[in-house]
Design a binder for this molecule. Structure first.
Ligand code: MN
Length: 488
């Protein structure tokens, strides 16, 4: 891969829709995909004189998110009006948080190819969503759907700590897993419950001098793939522009560009308002919010062990590799819960991790929300693993045949082992008898082994297994062979 003569600098602004039954300031429903303008009330359509009331559950979910993102949670926070005129915003202002967000200074550790980057968070604030303008397929008319107006959002703003498209993707994936694990949001990007804007610029170092291009905010990113593609494209475009402009960077205002997925390019959008244009002021219709220690302690209890703590526990206390610990945690709480459940059936950690990562996940499709979404119940898998451990079934048969059959038929492991005739013989005398005939028939190989060719042992094991039609446990065959050959 060609190295670029520049460094990519990215900060992400992510909007996450909270999983509440009702909107942030009124009792309208929140279900996705309802007929246009059916989830509305005088409050969400912006009638004058109505009064908003804060949804307590939204605040609690937001605090959960803030805690999971290692933020400082404010004990006193308030609401502000952010003014702008747009047809999908009938009040002409959005209720948001300006100078006193509920959460500040968190971080998320992001792993890309074995390298961990700490992405710091400036703030997380609560705000209501706007409605949606529909411009296509209406004979040239534009339509407005206010179902989304007033939906509860948190906006998570990172520092510009991200240095590549891959890091941006990993950040979003990690954020999504975290929010889903805590039931804070379903984070469906195609339904708009996770939306991302990327602030992108580059630093070019030439002849000892470093130049930075103006920051461009890229919008319309509807998937993690699009976020990655647009960052790569935008960085290249800024470099080309810098070369074309004669390598001088003036004081350019922040530009907004939209991602054009069909053409794979970013294109200029409306000039973005400066902060002063929004005329922020405190929302007079809502009281400030006091977050008590009691409330915080209760929510901390609901958050429980963080995924970071869980990963550390798997590595440090259970002795799993860093990689295995990460896979179990990064695939979501359902997978880690499954692993814990499997261990509670008296399966050791490394064996449990191998089965979950190599077999259970391979047989499970779709999103794993809870452990029962995985293809086989932990108790059933534990029974299968114990058959292998007790030398009653070969590992290979367990993985390739019995597990498959368990998943497709729902029968338990021992029934399938019987039906398929896979039970291994643990009759030591029977094994010894076959070992003796093999040693007699393959004296040349035995001589090879005795003269130091360690590999010869494999041929002997193979022959014993063949003659037993695979029904002897390989470990026991090895043991008996070694004994007979005088190897301890
Ligand atoms: Mn926002």
């Amino acid at each position: 891969m060609a190295t670029h003569p520049f460094e990519i600098i990215v900060g992400l602004e992510v909007h996450v829709q909270l999983l509440t039954e009702s909107k942030l300031f009124c009792s309208d429903g929140t279900k996705f995909g309802q007929p246009p303008n059916t989830l509305v009330s005088p409050i969400s359509i912006g009638m004058p004189g109505v009064l908003p009331v804060m949804n307590r559950r939204a605040l609690e979910l937001a605090i959960k998110a803030g805690l999971a993102l290692q933020c400082q949670i404010a004990r006193f926070t308030k609401w502000d009006r952010k003014h702008y005129y747009y047809p999908d915003l009938p009040k002409n202002y959005q209720i948001s948080q300006y100078d006193m967000p509920f959460a500040t200074e968190g971080y998320l550790d992001v792993d890309v190819e074995g390298k961990t980057t700490k992405v710091r968070l400036i703030r997380v604030h609560l705000e209501e969503d706007a409605g949606k303008n529909l411009h296509d397929d209406h004979g040239g008319d534009s339509l407005v759907d206010l179902n989304r107006a007033g939906m509860p959002l948190i906006e998570i703003v990172s520092y510009p700590d991200i240095r590549s498209a891959a890091e941006a993707g990993a950040y979003l994936e990690k954020l999504r897993t975290l929010m889903r694990d805590l039931d804070v949001s379903d984070c469906e990007m195609q339904e708009g419950s996770l939306r991302c804007d990327a602030n992108v610029n580059i630093a070019i170092t030439k002849e000892g001098k470093t130049y930075k291009t103006p920051i461009v905010e890229v919008k319309n990113l509807n998937s993690i793939k699009m976020v990655e593609k647009s960052i790569t494209y935008e960085a290249g475009r800024q470099y080309d522009q810098w070369e074309k402009d004669g390598k001088v960077i003036g004081q350019a205002p922040k530009q907004t560009r939209g991602w054009d997925e069909a053409r794979g390019v970013t294109r200029p959008q409306r000039e973005k308002e400066e902060e002063a244009d929004y005329r922020y002021f405190p929302e007079p219709d809502l009281v400030p919010v006091v977050i008590t220690e009691e409330m915080l302690a209760r929510i901390k209890g609901e958050v429980g062990e963080s995924s970071q703590q869980r990963k550390d526990r798997y590595r440090d206390q259970l002795g799993l590799s860093e990689y295995n610990a990460s896979v179990l945690v990064d695939k979501g709480r359902g997978v880690a819960d499954y692993f814990d459940a499997l261990m509670s059936h008296d399966i050791d950690a490394k064996t449990a991790a191998n089965w979950v990562i190599n077999d259970v996940l391979a047989h499970s499709t779709g999103r794993i929300k809870v452990m029962h979404d995985l293809a086989v119940e932990p108790s059933s898998l534990a029974e299968l693993i114990k058959l292998v451990k007790g030398n009653k079934l070969n590992l290979n048969d367990a993985r390739e045949r019995v597990l498959r059959e368990m998943i497709s038929t729902g029968k338990d492991a021992s029934t399938i082992v019987q039906e398929l005739g896979l039970e291994v013989v643990v009759d030591t005398a029977a094994i010894e008898a076959i070992v003796d005939t093999v040693l007699a028939d393959m004296s040349k190989v035995v001589d090879d082994f005795r003269s130091g060719k360690g590999k010869a042992l494999g041929a002997l094991v193979g022959q014993v297994m063949k003659r037993s039609q695979g029904k002897f446990p390989p470990a026991l065959v090895n043991e008996i062979l070694n004994k007979k050959l005088g190897v301890s």
